[in-house]
Design a protein around this ligand. Sequence first.
Ligand SMILES: *Cc1c(COP(=O)(O)O)cnc(C)c1O
Length: 360
Amino acid sequence: MSRVYNFSAGPAVLPEEVLQELADEMMDYNGTGMSVMEMSHRSKAYQEIIDTAEQDIRDLMNIPDNYKVLFLQGGASQQFAMIPMNLMKNGVADYIVTGQWAKKAYQEACKYGKANKIASSEDKTFSYIPDCSDLPISEDADYVYICENNTIYGTKYKKLPNTKGKILVSDVSSCFLSEPVDVTKYGIIYGGVQKNIGPAGVVIVIIREDLITEDVLPGTPTMLQYKTHADNGSMYNTPPAYGIYVCGKVFKWLKKMGGLEAMKKHNEEKAKILYDFLDESKLFKGTVVKEDRSLMNVPFVTGNEELDAKFVKEAKAAGFENLKGHRTVGGMRASIYNAMPKEGVQKLVEFMKKFEAENI
Ligand SMILES: *Cc1c(COP(=O)(O)O)cnc(C)c1O
């Protein structure tokens, strides 16, 4: 077996221990004589899997009892529509646009009501987080929307926006479970799991109970109402059963690793290794303002497209995969999610030093 260091932005690296457990349980899950993939979602064994997964994420994030945890399908992008359909009671919402994902969410919301772009960092290719301490929040806004960690650009909110009492909705796809959060600050906190938790397709929505109502936009499909899923324990229809089981394994792994405080420390240490090098390098440099740097996604460039391409190619040959930057940004990007070991980042930096010495 030979595994690479996988710096993919998503789907992304998962803990080897978890992958091994999945393999061990593939043919016979816990004496059932079948794979979880083959199991009825109405079975006792599966009910236990989903219940345990829910309890474990509740423990990890310290989720209060007045929040529901929903395991849904359609990825994070489905939420771009589901959120306005369920929350736009006044038909108004404010969006802070800090990257492609926030922009897509904003554009989708425009279909369902009056979405206001109240701040943006598009003027400087989304390389910073705007000052959100005193934004022109709409009087009748049903919610304020952010993308908390910008996967493509590598920025993260270090402080949540002042929503002036309005409900905060946050896409945390690429920083999910990477550090502790105060769930009570949010109306909805959600993310696709393929960045930091599990297989693509599953999206986890943590939603305050009072936001789950029948008062949704006319024509909202049954499957796109939070109430449908909340009333049925995420099993109105067949859930993404195997994916949820994998998420549950990762929750157990996170608990074993010491929970989110320990993860934060681990992630800060890893990111520091890479950022410290970028700050001293004569060849490579980071692309975003220092204060807003993400712990999860680290974009960097040499300033020369040919050299960037050469780096990506040589890195791949040396066992460092998926370092090419997003097609809209160019350069490189190292995604260093929870499951990326510190050793992976250390080795990458060693490789970058060697490349620098050979190419400067
Ligand atoms: C990847 C990503 C998405 C899109 O996720 P899908 O599951 O492909 O819909 C949305 N938001 C953020 C922040 C992401 O990183």
